[in-house]
Design a protein around this ligand. Structure first.
Ligand SMILES: NC(=O)c1ccc[n+]([C@@H]2O[C@H](COP(=O)([O-])OP(=O)(O)OC[C@H]3O[C@@H](n4cnc5c(N)ncnc54)[C@H](O)[C@@H]3O)[C@@H](O)[C@H]2O)c1
Ligand SMILES: [Zn+2]
Length: 378
């Protein structure tokens, strides 16, 4: 018998840039990212979120004018691909199919760029299609929702759904760059402004007590989407997500622990059960409230703290006891989550505000009591 141990390390780095007016003439945030790849011309396919285009019909012309003004650095590969915004583009495989056909028809290579501009759903779907064309074309994300800027757009993952099953198909593929334009949020509907705040509360609860206190103190300003409070929240949330991915040494999630998925075992199932009428962040708010209550009922988190968490989420405007909760099959949802993690159950709960802790089992009766409590309070 002979064994050859193959072993190598690959280092990744990508910039996550914050700017305003990314496609205004003279803004260097985008062009300097492309210029890192050399003088060009760099071929580039644009994929744009249909909801974004509806709210900003002038965007296509702005992006085209901006890229044309870069002195030959970029060569657009045909007209932009408009992708149906929202979860539909992850659930209907036609969207990814169309992207692949365009990459092929335009003759893009692995050194070309695909630039996706839109919400987390479009970034996930286009990111997946890009990562699996030619085994990975360079991918730039321009997130345009709060949730995409502070979470979905900045990490290493992408995914689409299989027959309604959330994120079943996907890859780990770090982007070439992420460019967050805070001005994009000006056209975002209230529901999506609020949705992304849930991910900030989530990451604050497991990682950063001072950040949670800031969110709690500022909850009235966040509830009215005060631009300054929103910007601080987005930037800090992005930093914490990036820091986690960087510092745990597990950017491709080879282990079972998944602290950033605090509250997500229930959230993913609730999204599915709602037929994706619940937004991801809305479902995360419910999941975070539920697992905070459960942490308190299990004697890990002071009762008072669970109360503060639930009040913060409710005051920001989240509905924490939606009717779908009544139908949540706890056992099945935990089993699916375990499968997705890789075999063994690891659920993040709270030891205190700002510190998550992993547990390997859940008392289903106690969890059911927490669900009843959330339903009753709503
Ligand atoms: N890959 C990851 O690590 C990761 C992390 C968290 C969430 N996600 C995924 O992200 C998705 C949710 O993303 P989301 O919350 O950004 O919602 P979304 O992408 O579904 O977008 C919500 C709605 O906003 C519209 N829209 C987008 N930008 C707009 C703008 N600036 N103005 C007006 N309308 C705009 C879209 O067309 C859509 O109708 C879920 O599928 C979730 O699973 C992925
Ligand atoms: Zn999430």
């Amino acid at each position: 018998m002979k064994e050859i141990l193959q072993s190598f390390e690959v280092s990744y780095s990508y910039p996550v840039v914050f700017t305003r007016g990314v496609f205004a003439p003279g803004n260097a945030a985008f062009s300097s990212v492309i210029a890192r790849a050399g003088p060009g011309p760099h071929r580039m396919l644009l994929a744009l979120d249909s909801g974004l285009i509806e709210a900003r019909p002038e965007l296509i012309a702005s992006v085209e004018a901006y890229t044309q003004g870069l002195g030959g650095l970029v060569e657009l590969a045909g007209s932009p691909l408009v992708v149906r915004g929202g979860e539909i583009c992850k659930s209907d495989p036609r969207e990814v199919g169309e992207l692949r056909r365009r990459i092929e028809a335009e003759g893009l290579c692995r050194h070309s760029f695909v630039v996706a501009i839109g919400g987390g759903s479009v970034l996930d779907a286009i990111g997946y299609g890009t990562a699996t064309s030619h085994r990975g074309v360079r991918f730039i994300r321009v997130p345009t929702t709060v949730l995409a800027q502070n979470d979905a757009g900045v990490g290493t993952k992408n995914a689409i759904n299989l027959d309604g099953r959330k994120n079943f198909i996907g890859t780990f593929a770090p982007p070439y760059a992420v460019i967050n334009d805070l001005d994009m949020l000006d056209t975002l509907p209230e529901r999506d402004m609020r949705s992304g705040i849930a991910e900030a509360i989530k990451v604050a609860l497991i990682k950063d007590r001072a950040f949670f206190e800031e969110l709690h103190q500022g909850r009235t300003r966040l509830a009215s989407f005060d631009p300054e409070a929103m910007e601080r929240m987005i930037v800090r949330c992005t930093e914490l997500h990036l820091e986690h991915i960087r510092s745990t040494g597990d950017p491709f999630e080879l282990g079972s622990a998944r602290p950033l998925d605090f509250g997500h075992w229930a959230a993913h199932k609730l999204e599915e059960m709602s037929g994706y009428t619940l937004r991801h962040g809305e479902a995360v708010a419910v999941g975070v409230a539920l697992d905070s209550l459960y942490s308190a009922r299990s004697g890990m988190l002071p009762e008072r703290d669970a109360g503060v968490i639930v009040r913060t989420l409710a005051d920001i405007g989240f509905e924490l006891g939606p009717p779908t909760l009544d139908e949540l099959d706890i056992e099945a949802a935990l089993a699916e989550f375990r499968e997705h993690l890789g075999g063994s159950l690891n659920i993040t709960l709270l030891a205190e505000i700002g510190r998550g802790v992993e547990v390997t089992s859940i008392d289903e009766r106690r969890m059911a009591d927490c669900i009843s409590e959330l339903r009753a309070a709503d």
